[in-house]
Design a protein around this ligand. Sequence first.
Ligand SMILES: NC(=O)c1ccc[n+]([C@@H]2O[C@H](COP(=O)([O-])OP(=O)(O)OC[C@H]3O[C@@H](n4cnc5c(N)ncnc54)[C@H](O)[C@@H]3O)[C@@H](O)[C@H]2O)c1
Length: 456
Amino acid sequence: MSATATETRVAVIGLGYVGSVEAAVLAASGRTVIGVDLREAVVEAMAAGRAPLAEPHLEERLTKARSLGTLTATLDLAHAITSTEAALVCVGTPRGDDGELDTRALLAAMTSIAQAVPRGGTYTIIVRSTVPPGLYGKARAAIDDVVAEGARIGLALNPEFLREGSAVRDREDPQLVVYAADAPHAEAAIRAIYAEHASRLVSCDPASAEVLKLVNNAWHALKVSFANEVARISRPLGVDPFELMQLVCRDTKLNTSAAYLRPGMPFGGACLVKDMASLATYAEHHDVSVPVMQHVLASNDAHLAHLLSAVMTHRTESGEGPARVAIVGIGFKPGAPDVRDSAPVAMAIALLDRGVAVSVADANVLDARVPPLGIDALRVALGDPRAIACESVEEAVRGADVIVVGHPAEADRRALVSLAPSLKGRVLDVSGELSRALSEAERRSLAPVDVLRAHA
Ligand SMILES: NC(=O)c1ccc[n+]([C@@H]2O[C@H](COP(=O)([O-])OP(=O)(O)OC[C@H]3O[C@@H](n4cnc5c(N)ncnc54)[C@H](O)[C@@H]3O)[C@@H](O)[C@H]2O)c1
């Protein structure tokens, strides 16, 4: 461990699951830690090196900290702040009456910390609690409202991903440590606290740090619900749901991997739509309640509606809505010449329905010879004389008010890259296919149509 790592003294505010583990692990690693809580019994236990809650290895770390003399605990928050360089805030953010997280205790604790930083002092507040989107701005304002003259308080968001039952192990061996810090001294404090995990540190913006933890937990919740729905469908069929899900998880290429987890076009193709519909319909016919599965196609349709809205609310330089839209990459997925149940095709049809002319280019589809693939299938799918199937990307984008990048073939992507300077402000890069092929500067000058415009 580097010198700065042990020299950075930290206060841990809130000694529940997250805070007691945080304090114990840091103190057992040799760092000077002062734990703070409002509950006297918790403070007493921590000060005496006793675990305030049952969590594997917590007592061991506290015993080690006690032998090193690195951990104290107090009810006196101001004392803890004036004796340290950084505070890890682990106060609870329970579910509020309206379903949102209740951040009142967290903001109150942060205000108290800021008030305790003396004039001219430098301090870092690191939020480990789970927070809702927008918390950073509120917290920054609350801190700036009360900060003493000349004091510099850096604020960092650093969501905790530990699981109760393996909290100590998770904290000591994290997959990744995500943080957003708004001052160089806050960044330095994070680096000192995570010196052992330097290679796993990932810096991001505050909005990403806020939402990441909620997204992670929503993903876990979705997986549990999915597995339970599978069990409800399979049990009456005499299928063992445990074995079934084990088989599902054995495919680590498609099923338990990053596959299908990149945002972009709605799903489509010959299989996903019909098979999803089949399972949901089977469940409905057999009175099995599977609300997650029942709504997957609706979610897919909502995404298409969202993308359409982004196109339709786009305004040309003359303030008009789009009269012509080019779609590059019309297959149902990247690299596929198949247009069956293809979202880009559905998009083209919906645009035609709204009176917008559509030109499409797709080297893969043009190359495909066998029905139901190929350009004939595309013409049939579009079924409208105003839909122009073009021979090249250049031809398709000429005069188009918006260029939707769907699932472009490699050759079409290269064509888009070389045309990028002339497409400024007109590209809806749905899957980020074009952006990824550009440099940061080129991406900025492309000024793509905001995929999220529909929610603005
Ligand atoms: N429990 C988990 O598995 C877990 C995992 C990751 C993240 N989180 C998040 O971390 C946060 C803390 O979770 P927890 O389970 O440890 O909560 P908890 O309710 O067990 O503990 C919170 C502690 O904060 C104390 N506290 C409240 N206000 C205080 C103040 N002003 N000063 C000092 N102490 C104060 C409370 O007395 C309590 O001991 C929450 O936002 C939670 O969502 C929890």
